[in-house]
Design a protein around this ligand. Structure first.
Ligand code: IDP
Ligand code: MG
Length: 168
């Protein structure tokens, strides 16, 4: 048995279509543990870093707009980390194929995804593709103290004079 962690994003189309509850219910079938969760705005830098492996694809600009919510007027995503036995395999299986038309019809993408007239695969959910990508993505989207289990090595850093926002 291998415990894995995976980043899950409920993309802006998933939020716009009110699918959050539905998707979380589907993912709960896996019996995995949610170890981090938040609603996040997606800066251009974060989007481009997240999808850096697709930089040379003709649809790159479109998926940056898509993940930033510009196609759905929903400028946020829900980001979660699922953790447990074979987490990546199980979540990718439930999500279904990248192309929603090819995804198994009962999968999340098969049920709720679509291809737009401009050709973007709007597939409502992101799941990390493998352990290496999961580590890269989780470190990109979450700080160590936002994750309630210790997934990767951390170090203590003293930051002096760092301006942070506190409750007023
Ligand atoms: P994945 O999300 O299944 O891991 P990736 O290849 O990492 O697939 O692609 C990231 C996202 O880019 C997809 O989820 C989808 O929204 C979009 N995408 C991927 N391939 C295509 C394509 O050929 N046409 C349009 N959009 C695509
Ligand atoms: Mg991918």
């Amino acid at each position: 048995m291998t415990n894995q962690a995976t980043l899950i994003l409920i993309k802006p189309d998933g939020l716009k279509k009110s699918l959050t509850g539905n998707i979380l219910t589907r993912l709960s079938e896996t019996k995995l543990e949610i170890v981090a969760a938040k609603i996040a705005r997606v800066s251009k830098e974060l989007a481009e870093e997240h999808y850096r492996h697709l930089k040379d694809k003709p649809f790159f600009e479109d998926i940056i707009k898509y993940i930033r919510g510009e196609l759905h007027n929903r400028h946020k995503v829900m980001a979660l980390v699922y953790w447990g036995e074979e987490a990546i395999t199980k979540c990718r299986q439930l999500a279904g194929s990248t192309n929603p038309e090819e995804a198994e019809s009962t999968s999340i993408r098969g049920s709720y995804g679509r291809i737009t007239t401009s050709g973007v695969y709007e597939n409502v959910i992101h799941v990390s593709s493998d352990e290496k990508e999961a580590e890269r993505e989780i470190k990109l989207w979450f700080q160590p103290d936002e994750v309630i289990v210790s997934l990767y090595p951390t170090k203590d850093v003293v930051e002096k004079e760092k301006k942070i926002k506190a409750w007023g």
